[in-house]
Every structure is written in C-alpha cells, then in structure tokens.
Design a protein around this ligand. Structure first.
Ligand code: UDP
Ligand code: MG
Length: 321
C-alpha cells in the first residue's frame, strides 16, 4: 500500500465538445497543486462532434494527457473500463466529462485512499439534477442496491470515485455495470467508503440518459446480487430454487394421488394438478440449468486460468529456499 503515488484520472466523453477544454484546465490546475505524478486519460466514446479534435489538441500541449478514441459509441462503462485498463497510476480517479463533478474534490478522495481504503465513492449530497426523473429513482435505487449487495452507499451513481489500481483492475466491467463498481469491488475484498462531494447542474451539452435506465438498473442489480453470492456456485441458486419448486409440485401431486385412490376424486377437474405439473417441470429445468451454469463457470475460470479467490499479500519461503 505505497503512498503517495502516481495518479491516473480517467474521463469518458461522449459528445462533450463544449466541456472538454474547461474540464481539462480544472483537472490540471488541481493536480499541479498537489505535486504528485499524474496522467489524464480522456476516452472519446465515439463522439460525433469535435470532442476528439479537442483531446488531440490538448494532448499536443500537455504530455500528461493521454487519449483513446473508440470506433463507435460503446457506452460509459466500456469507456471507463478501457481507461482503467490503460492507466498506469497507483490510484485511479474517474469522473464525468460534463463538469457536473468537481475536480477540486480529488484531494479529498485521495486522503481517504491514504487512510487505507481501496474504493472511495463520491456522494452528491447536494445533487443538482431533476427531482422526479433523477433524484427520486436514484434514492430508491441506492437504498435497494445497498440492501441487496451489502455495500451501503448513499450514491452509487456518482462517477467521481477513487480506486486503488490493483483492486479496480481485478473488476471486470460489462454492460452498464460501472454504477455497481463499489459492490463488485467488495467482491474482490475491497474496503469501500464514501465522502460528500460537490455537484453542479449540467450547463453545456446534454445528458445521455433518461428515465428508461430504471428497469436496466434493476436488472443489473439482480445480476450483481447473483454475481456477489453465487458466482462460483450457481447450482446453489438455480438448483435451490429448482428443488423448492420440484418438491412443492411433487407434494401436491402426491396429495392429489391420495385423493384419487382413497376418495375416488376425478383429477381432470383439479386445476391444482396442472400447477403441480408446471412446478415439477420448471423445477427440473432449473436444476439442469444449474448444472449447465456450473460447466460454464468452470470454462470461464479454467480457460483463462482465473482463480475464484483474490490474494492480497503473500509471504514467500519454504521449499524454494
Ligand atoms: N458518456 C459516455 N458514453 C455514453 C454516455 C455517456 O462516455 O454512451 C459519458 C458522458 O460524456 C459523461 C458521462 O459519461 O462524461 C456521464 O454522462 P451524463 O452526464 O450524460 O450522465 P448523467 O450525469 O446525466 O447521469
Ligand atoms: Mg452528467
């Protein structure tokens, strides 16, 4: 846990031509004051405006600026992931490119990293976004995510975050999972905390999201919950549900059979019979899906030589000496 160390600032940009220069000067002002080695990595996520042109120009004037341009728009998570992958600093800071986050909060985040945390998440305590379409859904989402992942933060959605590089590089990001990084990081054993940060309304450019992200976030939450608990043992989840259903179906069928044998009841008139059959069929399918999932995760781990655990430190010695 060496510190002070080098810092990488990662910023995903999608059609932010009006913001990129101002953002650059604010970040570089803050970083120069801190006197730590740093790099700024701008990822152009397939912008159709002049964002990349600006990044190119800035980088010719300042060697601490690096850039990467996607062939098309892949989304904020992909852009962040690419930036994290490319970064060389011991600490990685991510923030939005629309000036809604404040670079002068960076030193506060670093202070927490210095205290020993692996992930420091910004909390937009005084959030400047629409109430009904943004703040209310977000409050509910944050509460739910906290309960379901066990990592309780006020504000999962804030992009301004700091990570110890060795930890965040272990986290695989797909889809739109960047919102869940603190929960995913806890999966690899990260110590997570949060601090209040500034937040401003967007003054230039437009937001890339609307209310339609709500159901997606909910699905992602189910996925993250599954990954957190059953990543290495899907049969316990799928098989557990399958057994429960199958057994219930079996008991109902057994009860109906007894009724038929001892009371001569006509089964074709019992909707319950249909219910029992459905439960048995679904239950069986879930168990077999569980076995398939087990085969899939074995392929995932063994083909890439990944381990189902993460090592923090090691003491060498023994037979090698
Ligand atoms: N962004 C991106 N690719 C996308 C959508 C967004 O790189 O497909 C960037 C965007 O340029 C901004 C950040 O992600 O820097 C956050 O996006 P936005 O401000 O639109 O989200 P909001 O603050 O409205 O939630
Ligand atoms: Mg924004």
């Amino acid at each position: 846990m060496s510190f002070p160390g080098s810092i990488s600032i990662v910023v995903p940009l999608y059609n932010e031509e009006e913001n990129v220069r101002e953002l650059y000067s604010r970040i570089s002002r803050v970083m120069k004051k801190m006197d730590l080695p740093f790099e700024i990595i701008f990822i152009n996520d397939g912008s159709t405006d002049r964002t990349w042109k600006h990044i190119q120009e800035i980088s010719t004037q300042d060697i601490s600026v690096r850039g990467m341009s996607f062939r098309r728009n892949y989304g904020q998570t992909a852009a962040m992931s690419a930036g994290i992958e490319a970064s060389r600093g011991e600490v990685i800071i991510t923030l939005d490119g629309d000036l809604q986050n404040d670079p002068s909060d960076i030193p506060l985040l670093l202070e927490k990293i210095r205290e020993g945390y692996d992930v420091v998440s910004g909390w937009r305590k005084n959030r400047q976004d629409a109430l009904v379409s943004r703040k209310i859904p977000s409050r509910i989402a944050n509460w739910l995510i906290g309960k379901m992942t066990g990592v309780e933060l006020h504000d999962y959605g804030c992009s301004l975050k700091a990570y110890r590089s060795e930890v965040i590089k272990e986290v695989d990001l797909y889809g739109e999972l960047h919102r869940f990084i603190p929960a995913l990081a806890s999966m690899v054993g990260a110590r997570v905390t949060e601090i209040p940060v500034n937040h401003y309304a967007r003054t230039r450019g437009t937001s890339k999201y609307g209310i339609s992200r709500t159901p997606k976030v909910f699905l992602d939450l189910l996925l993250v919950r599954f990954l957190l608990r059953y990543r290495t043992r899907p049969i316990h989840f799928l098989g557990g549900a399958g057994l429960g259903m199958g057994l219930t179906g079996f008991l109902i069928a057994f009860y109906l059979t007894l009724k038929k044998i001892f009371m001569g009841e006509e089964l074709s008139r019992r909707p319950l019979l249909l219910f029992a059959v459905i439960l048995i069929l679904f239950g069986t399918q879930l168990v077999t899906t569980g076995f398939l999932a087990e085969l899939v995760i074995r392929t995932y781990y063994e083909s890439q030589d990944k381990k189902p655990y993460w090592v923090k430190e090691m003491i060498e010695g023994g037979l090698e000496n």
